[in-house]
Design a protein around this ligand. Structure first.
Ligand code: NBY
Length: 832
């Protein structure tokens, strides 16, 4: 009633999205209420897990209030919205993020304190939502944070995996994969929406029907129908006004085809089909670059794309009925890599077979709806599906792809008459004994915009990956440099530094990261430098405790913390780092007085379970670490730590404590990188190659505040042209030869000579595809410079501050504004 509303508004004290009371006393009461009424326990009995859940439930009240208002506002304004299609959203934990974005963090911390509960402790109870592999999935998570923060109408669409990325254990130095069971005790942030279930057809055959007026109609008779059940995760923008939705689809058996079996008494047999249907959203594929080419993966991709499209169309029809003319004015779909590219033929299928539009009209809608982000140039990482597999799983879609391709080939013919080589190259279908469907080509052809994720990457997309497409459509290919949300990656993960920054430049930098520039004037202020470095040291003390608890290794907070955290891949070159560590070890053994500031090398990395050499590198790092850490001759100067189970919540602890950020990929291979931005933002200095976004970071911080080394993209290319021979480096550098030969001995693996030889082989006989040996000397020199710089504490503090001060460009808010301006053409919609 109106009366009730007035009462509520009176008790609401601040301008938050919520009309639920917000004082400390109210928060206390609300948490206790949930402890009693939602958890069925009380203050005396509750453990940290119960306190965490009760606090979530209390926070969720505010979240849902904001969600309701946002949805109403978007509905009333019939807004154009972006739909971010991604097979991965690497969300991490949500409690701290939601509290900060709602402006409730401090009040909740105090409320809990008065209840005798420590907020930091209970936040440790939250399992990470690890529904992604690495950079691509985390980028999606940062982007939906920025979309909500900028009041942009947006929906994230993905898969509700029962098991996210595997949990990594290290046993005797080796990676063991264990299932990730993030939802075993429920996820307090998600809402199940059975009212929006979708039916998704699969398999079967296509029937051709000849209709009146000469129209040929195709009817797909699916062999299986599965249900898609949506789970909504509210995404709270900073400031708490807009609360968008991340909608993740879970697969379920539909009872369509089971009734007969069921009635015949086959109750148990009927369950078998259920198992098959429910497998679709069971597990995230753990490959971060090369694709598995498995049936189930294509089914996953189609499943979530088809569910999402149906959801979008249902919402569109509610406002516009059968009038398709405004569809692409209201809907833009961003494809996060090619994983959801099957959405393109799916939309064509709906428009042609269901809505009965003619091809040209359908294509004109379709090709104004999709945009595609490319995240890799590695040829082995470009998705391809066997046409025969495609045909079996999605027979109608393969027909549509052939027709898209036939018409496209005519366009190619018009531009390059008679040139079959170009046709072969641009065709969606790769010819050969086993025909393949090239999802990259499909994505470029079916999208109105294609972007790379850093300047150099986008240039290489135009020049090397898709030059002919760029010739045909000169304005289609563009760049949007990646970014990271400063709310999670500075404000929430580094509270002490954030408060120091607030005190100097005001508290609005999380919304306007360029304001960090204001710190520049304090880079020579002795007091500020001291405060800045004190915070860094405190963070290192914290991390040292964590390292001790996790690994039993003691590390010295006064040593340089040198951090390499990212997926394990040869192109990222963790083994270059390892060779340098071994070289330092040798130098120390040869000369105990070797001049170096004590250094701790910290690694965090998961290897794809089928990637043998990546796992060998993890093993080698652990074995070298074990030896060095237990060698009293050197371990006061050198330590090596491999932290198991690297994930978002561990990154949040490592990044604020890092002095050096290792960004050492072979030039031209890392599309962008985003960890590089997070580390620099927290005052770590980059040792890096001129690759991906490192180049743009160097432009921002200035060459004097970063340690750049190694071959450039052009030099890599020239070396390949000339013919690269790793033995040239091995034979001519005594130190390099010695450390490589060391890998063949049993020095690090007593009793097991050769246990580390695969690494050496990959860099010699194997051809050293990623030019580790070519960059070794240059890397070692850059590291010496970093060591020298660190010894001058004053100079280092200045450099670290300037790194933080110059990171404004890399907020994901800027990335999103670039997408809006260059691609999406969206308007913000203020909520209340
Ligand atoms: O995307 C990463 C890039 O390597 C990195 O340079 C960039 O900063 C980041 C965001 O743009 N790519 C990435 O993380 N890719 C994957 O995680 C991935 C996952 C699955 C598959 C392929 C790649 N797959 O085919 O299954």
């Amino acid at each position: 009633s109106p009366k009730r509303t007035t009462v509520k508004q009176k008790t609401s004290k601040t301008a938050s999205a919520s009309s639920v009371p917000l004082s400390k006393a109210d928060l206390k009461a609300s948490i206790v209420k949930h402890l009693h009424c939602s958890l069925g326990t009380d203050e005396n009995k509750a453990n940290n897990h119960a306190w965490w859940k009760a606090t979530c439930a209390s926070v969720q009240e505010h979240v849902l209030e904001g969600l309701r208002k946002t949805q109403k506002s978007h509905y009333l304004n019939d807004t154009r919205a972006v739909h971010y299609f991604s097979a991965e959203f690497l969300m991490g934990r949500l409690m701290s993020n939601n509290l900060h974005n709602l402006g409730l963090f401090d009040a909740t911390e105090k409320a809990l304190n008065e209840l005798g509960v420590n907020l930091t402790d209970i936040m440790e109870e939250e399992p990470d939502m690890a529904l992604g592999n690495g950079g691509l999935g985390r980028l999606a998570a940062c982007f939906i944070d920025s979309l909500a923060t900028l009041d942009l109408p947006a929906v994230g669409y993905g898969l509700h995996y029962e098991h996210g990325l595997f949990r990594q254990e290290i046993k005797n130095g080796e990676q063991i994969e264990r299932p990730d069971s993030w939802r075993d005790y429920g996820n307090p942030w998600e809402i199940c929406r059975p009212e929006s279930i979708q039916d998704i057809p699969l398999f079967g055959y296509v029937e051709t029907k000849y209709g009146e007026n000469g129209r040929i109609n195709k009817e797909w008779h699916p062999g299986l129908i599965v249900k898609g059940l949506p789970w909504d995760i509210p995404v709270v923008g900073y400031g708490g006004k807009t609360v968008n939705v991340l909608r993740l689809w879970q697969s379920q058996a539909s009872d369509y085809f089971n009734w007969d079996v069921f009635n015949a008494g086959g109750y148990v047999d009927a369950q078998k089909e259920n198992v098959q249907a429910e497998t679709i959203s069971k597990v995230l594929y753990p490959n971060d670059e090369t694709d598995a080419g498995k049936d189930l993966r294509l089914i996953q991709q189609y499943f979530f794309s088809a569910c999402s499209l149906k959801d979008i169309i249902r919402r569109y029809k509610r406002a516009h009925g059968d009038d398709w003319s405004r569809f692409s004015d209201q809907v833009v779909i961003q494809l996060n890599d090619t994983h959801p590219a099957v959405a393109i033929p799916e939309l064509m299928r709906i428009l042609i077979d269901r809505a009965e539009l003619d091809w040209d009209y359908a294509w004109s809608i379709c090709s104004k709806t999709f945009a595609y982000t490319n995240h890799t140039l590695l040829p082995e990482a470009l998705e391809k599906w066997p046409a025969r597999m495609f045909e079996r799983i999605l027979p109608r879609h393969l027909e549509i792809i052939y027709e898209i391709n036939r018409r496209f080939m005519d366009e190619v013919e018009a531009v390059w008459p008679g040139d079959n080589d170009i046709k072969r190259k641009l065709s969606i279908i790769e010819e050969g004994p086993d025909k393949m469907v090239r999802m990259g080509n499909l994505s470029v052809i079916g999208s109105f915009a294609v972007n790379g994720v850093a300047e150099i990457h986008s240039e290489l997309v135009k020049k090397d990956l898709f030059p002919e497409f760029n010739h045909m459509w000169p304005n289609k290919l563009t760049n949007v440099t990646n970014g990271i949300t400063p709310r999670r990656w500075l404000k929430a993960c580094n509270p002490a530094l954030s408060k120091l920054i607030d005190s100097k430049i005001g508290a609005d930098w999380p919304l306007n990261l360029d304001k960090l520039q204001g710190l520049t004037e304090f880079a020579d202020d002795a007091k500020f430098k001291k405060q800045f470095m004190k915070i860094k040291r405190d963070n290192k003390v914290q991390l040292a405790k964590e390292v001790l608890a996790l690994t039993g290794v003691e590390i010295d907070p006064d040593a340089i913390f040198d951090v390499q955290i990212k997926r394990l891949h040869e192109y990222k070159r963790q083994h270059l780092n390892l060779l340098y560590i071994m070289a330092l070890y040798r130098r120390l053994l040869e000369n105990p007085n070797y001049d170096m500031h004590p250094r701790v090398f910290l690694f965090g990395a998961k290897a794809a379970p089928g990637y043998k050499l990546a796992k060998d590198i993890i093993y080698a790092i652990n074995k070298v670490a074990e030896k060095i850490n237990n060698d009293a001759r050197v371990n006061h100067k050198l330590k090596v730590v491999f932290l198991p189970n690297y994930r978002v919540s561990l990154a949040e602890k490592m990044i604020p404590a890092a002095d050096i950020s290792e960004q050492i990929s072979t030039a031209g291979k890392e599309a962008s990188g985003t960890g590089n931005m997070k580390l620099s933002l927290n005052g770590a200095l980059t040792v890096g190659t001129l690759d991906g976004a490192n180049i743009e970071i160097a432009e921002e911080v200035g060459d004097e505040n970063i340690f750049i080394f190694g071959l450039t993209v052009d030099e890599v290319e020239a070396l390949d042209k000339k013919g690269y021979n790793p033995f040239d480096y091995y034979d001519n550098n005594r130190e390099l030869k010695a450390v490589l030969d060391w890998l063949d001995s049993d020095y690090f693996t007593p009793g097991k000579p050769g246990a580390l030889s695969s690494l050496k082989r990959s860099m010699l006989e194997g051809g050293d595809q990623y030019k580790v040996l070519a960059d070794f000397v240059s890397y070692s020199e850059a590291q010496s410079l970093a060591d020298k710089a660190y010894k001058d504490a004053d100079k280092w503090a200045r450099m670290a501050i300037l790194n933080t001060a110059q990171m404004g460009k890399f907020t994901s808010d800027r990335s999103i504004k670039d997408y809006v301006k260059r691609i999406w053409k969206l308007d913000p919609c203020k909520v209340e």
